[in-house]
Design a protein around this ligand. Structure first.
Ligand SMILES: Cc1cc2nc3c(=O)[nH]c(=O)nc-3n(C[C@H](O)[C@H](O)[C@H](O)COP(=O)(O)OP(=O)(O)OC[C@H]3O[C@@H](n4cnc5c(N)ncnc54)[C@H](O)[C@@H]3O)c2cc1C
Length: 373
């Protein structure tokens, strides 16, 4: 088996697999990476996979022309969004104007992509999934809409937007609109499953999963209670500390102020707006092109000015990729010895874990105290 690009750099975007005429390329995952492998018995040496690889041929990026902070005017959209619900608002407006939206959803145990043709379908995209998603067949699907002259908004991670732009022929890109997320990295789904297994479940057994409710980061599924309210579980602790991303994320060429998309969405960290607004979620929007501007102007958004330099200071992915913490190796070494996910995280960042455990214990004690009174 041969790699399409260096394993440590591969984003697992899957474009190589989509362009292969012989189905010779598959995307594999392990704890530390997500990578494309060529089955040499099927390969006809056409090199289409390498020619379309965005790691081998990085895409052009552009400086933001305009920047804002804000939120969806629709309260429900704002509430359901991870930050200000802007993704949902621009998606709905795009469909109202006659387009379709391709984005990430959780379905049948996978973080896959699907198309929304109706405004009511947009809600299935809402919320950040802090894990590796697999675009798979969405490239060909988007292509088929563009060939029928239907405008498409592709909303995804920066490496996936780069992959889509690499895949779609230049002459069809006029109707392709792209929005990427500021992304500090994605863990492999293997890690998420290792975490869930400890609570008697796996991705294939659940219908619903969330990772965040505004400023509270916690994995919640429909079937298993993981930790108490407001306690950060081990999966999210490892994520927030940057321990759990796949290898390529620490080398991401798209983690910078110049962006690969028309519009970039993220959290407006460091915002000086009132606490009440911050509590409800504020998005940061960076607009690189006229198309990005159009997406914002057509949507039902509350927009405010923002200090770009301050926003960059508070969001280091707008300057450089996440640094690989030294504790990461410790965590993966423990996992490879067969230790449980929570134990491996505890051995790597004990102080952070103990702090959450004490918080949880205090909540237990408070509950017992109130029950006894
Ligand atoms: C892995 C990851 C890391 C992030 N890191 C940062 C960060 O460091 N700093 C920052 O400011 N913001 C980060 N974000 C973005 C942030 O969490 C919000 O998604 C963003 O602010 C938009 O919020 P919203 O309320 O407008 O939309 P939301 O309701 O959150 O919708 C987000 C949109 O992104 C899509 N999406 C969600 N998860 C994935 C995924 N795994 N792969 C592909 N598409 C996905 C959804 O389908 C939806 O269309 C990250 C997001 C992800 C998924």
């Amino acid at each position: 088996m041969k790699h399409v690009c260096e394993k440590e750099q591969c984003t697992g975007c899957g474009v190589c697999s989509a362009v292969c005429p012989r189905d010779a390329v598959t995307i594999k995952q392990d704890f530390m990476s997500c990578y494309a492998l060529i089955d040499e018995t099927k390969c006809i040496r056409c090199h289409l996979c390498e020619q379309n690889c965005q790691v081998k041929h990085p895409l052009e990026t552009r400086c933001p022309q305009k920047w804002y902070q804000g939120w969806a005017e629709n309260n429900m959209r704002r509430e359901n969004g991870s930050s200000g619900g802007v993704a949902g608002s621009i998606s709905a407006a795009f469909i109202r104007k006659g387009g379709v939206v391709a984005s990430c959803t959780f379905s049948h145990g996978e973080f896959c992509f699907s198309m929304a043709e109706k405004e009511e379908d947009v809600s299935r995209f809402s919320g950040s999934k802090y894990v590796k998603s697999t675009p798979g067949y969405i490239y060909k699907m988007v292509l088929s809409y563009l060939e029928k002259r239907v405008p498409v908004l592709f909303l995804a991670l920066p490496c996936q937007v780069a992959a889509m732009k690499q895949f779609i022929p230049q002459k069809l890109q006029g109707k392709l609109y792209t929005a990427d997320l500021i992304c500090h990295g994605t863990p492999s789904t293997f890690l998420l499953n290792a975490f869930l297994k400890q609570y008697g479940t796996t991705l294939s057994k659940i219908d619903h999963i969330t990772f965040r409710k505004k400023n509270y980061y916690q994995v919640q599924t429909d079937s298993a209670r993981i930790v108490r309210d407001r306690i950060i579980d081990r999966y999210m602790l490892a994520f927030l500390m940057g321990l759990s991303f796949t290898d390529n994320c620490y080398r991401c060429p798209y983690a910078k102020t110049e962006r690969v998309s028309d519009l970039t969405l993220g959290d407006s960290w460091g915002s000086d707006l009132a606490y009440e607004e911050r509590r409800q979620g504020i998005s940061l929007m960076l607009c690189q092109t006229d198309k990005g501007d159009e997406l914002l102007n057509d949507s039902d958004l509350h927009l405010e000015s923002v200090d770009l330099q301050k926003a960059i200071q508070h969001n280091h992915q707008l300057k450089k990729p996440s640094l690989e913490p030294f504790e990461r190796k410790r965590m993966f070494a423990a996992l490879s010895k067969g230790l449980k996910f929570n134990t491996s995280v505890m051995l790597s960042i004990p102080v952070k874990c103990i702090r959450q455990d004490i918080k949880s214990l205090l909540q237990d004690m408070k509950e017992v105290f109130w029950r006894k009174r």
